[in-house]
Design a protein around this ligand. Structure first.
Ligand SMILES: [Zn+2]
Length: 478
């Protein structure tokens, strides 16, 4: 199989829950993990005769996402009914947006790839819709939990601008970062609040026309998305190479067997009998509302990345630190008073992220407050402690929750920078080793390290090495 002769064409549809307290059309709670059917009412249970009322916060969060992705905000849109039957959809239709999505166009810029090329992925649309309930299939019966029924979602649809599984992964990470930056979504994949459908086709490299595409449904981890696309691209190339035709169908990814398998033949828009939702008035978004939302927008990941690079960090460092807003905020909170941003960046990327990662907890629960890490870094800068002492102190602070100053003093980690004490120790060492001093003065430079080691030992390993070096050089030269 000549994989190089082909190009993958990938577009993604991401569904993400919005961070609202109540559902899209009723006042029920959106809290995850409640007892089955605890968060329900006649509206989200789809009882006849009830009337939906649109949640204003959903509209604001959709606009925030749209502005972050450079979309055009639609001033006048309507909701549509998307009809299909399934036990987790008691109304027999889902309220969605079809011809008039709340956001149109737009794009997302990805961090530069391995070749240093920036990539721009165009968006088709972002629309608002309600989630369905959840079927739970047991051995003797199937049950339905309607807690998720009516939870607000936005669907973010990209143009087919992605060309590899790796690109798709980068796009999803960037999109998730944006959603978290603007507080639209927590992006928690393990709770199903960020899921992705992938449209995949292949074509001969250089061809203009698209091949037949398949849709892989409901992927809820970055790894599954990358693995599923990788597999599906290979499968389609094999079919085309052997003279076959890729059937247009909807697939499921089986992560255990690492293969896609058919779910159903692809349905078309016609099958859903879209028509305007008669129970909701058109959604009118005045210019002033967009401006109001725009005024509250935070700095976005791409802007923050660019700023960090301007301030002296590398692309890589800026990329790691801005991938998550919490990490970027933490990094910045260590900075006040510090001269060296780079050492702070390093510290956060290694010590802080390692501890957070190993603990499996959220950053704020896993590591000491950023101001305390900043205090440690300042002590290094002022040569009050060594780098190694700072690492020892940090590990202790993670366990004890005590402040940097208390930890350094309790563990006796402060560095001796007192020039008088260091000079006295130097003199003692030199006086005890007259032969080595003579050899050094005769040209055996290597002995310098021996003297430094001896002085350091005499001071219990806590002396400032630079002061020792300077003092010894002066004394040996005289
Ligand atoms: Zn409800």
């Amino acid at each position: 199989m000549n994989r190089e002769a082909y190009e993958a064409v990938i577009g993604l549809e991401v569904h993400t829950h919005l961070l609202t307290r109540s559902k899209l059309f009723c006042g029920c709670s959106t809290t995850f993990g409640a007892a089955p059917n605890a968060n329900v009412c006649p509206i989200c249970m789809g009882m006849p005769g009830v009337l939906p009322v649109l949640n204003r916060r959903v509209v604001e969060l959709a606009i925030r996402t749209g502005l972050a992705a450079h979309c055009e905000i639609t001033p006048y849109s309507i909701f549509d009914r998307k009809s299909y039957f399934y036990p987790d959809l008691p109304k027999g239709y889902q309220i969605s947006q079809y011809e008039t999505p709340i956001c149109k166009g737009g794009y997302i810029d990805l961090p530069a790839n391995g070749n240093g090329e920036p990539r721009r992925v165009r968006l088709t649309r972002i629309h608002i819709e309600e989630d369905a309930g959840k079927n739970i299939h047991g051995d003797s019966a199937s049950l339905v939990d309607f807690n998720r029924s009516g939870v607000p979602l936005i669907e973010i649809v990209s143009e087919p601008d992605l060309r590899s599984a790796e690109d798709a992964g980068a796009y999803l990470r960037q999109l998730r970062a944006i959603l978290r930056y603007v507080d639209a979504s927590d992006g928690k994949m393990e709770e199903g609040s960020f899921r992705c459908d992938c449209n995949v086709s292949v074509r001969k490299r250089g061809a203009k026309e698209y091949g037949v595409r398949t849709e892989i449904k409901n992927l809820n981890s970055f790894r599954f998305v990358e693995d599923a696309i990788e597999y599906e691209v290979g499968r389609q190339i094999e079919i085309v190479e052997s003279g076959g035709r890729v059937p247009q169908e909807t697939l499921l990814w089986d992560p255990a067997r690492k293969e896609t398998r058919p779910m159903r033949s692809k349905e078309y828009a016609n099958d859903y009998r879209y028509f305007p939702e008669p129970d909701l008035p058109p959604l009118v978004i005045p210019r002033a509302m967009v401006d109001e939302v725009r005024a509250t927008m935070p700095e976005l990941p791409a802007d923050r990345r660019a700023r960090y690079v301007r301030e002296g960090l590398t692309d890589y460092e800026a990329g790691v630190l801005t991938a998550d807003r919490e990490v970027a905020d933490y990094f910045e909170a260590t900075l006040p008073g510090l001269k060296n941003r780079k050492s702070a960046a390093n510290w956060v990327m290694t010590e802080v992220l390692r501890v957070a990662h190993d603990s499996g907890k959220a950053l704020s629960d896993a590591v000491p407050p950023a101001s305390e890490v900043g205090a440690l870094l300042l002590m290094i800068e002022e040569q009050k402690i060594s780098l190694n002492a700072a690492k020892t102190a940090f590990a202790a602070m993670v366990k004890s929750g005590k402040s940097a100053a208390t930890t350094i003093s309790e563990l006796g980690l402060a560095q001796v920078s007192d020039e008088g004490a260091i000079a006295a120790a130097c003199e003692k060492v030199l006086a005890a080793e007259p032969e080595k001093v003579a050899e050094y003065r005769a040209g055996r430079d290597k002995l310098f390290g021996f003297f430094v080691g001896a002085v350091m030992k005499a001071l219990g390993g806590k002396a400032n090495p630079k002061v020792i070096n300077d003092t010894l050089r002066k004394k040996l030269a005289s």
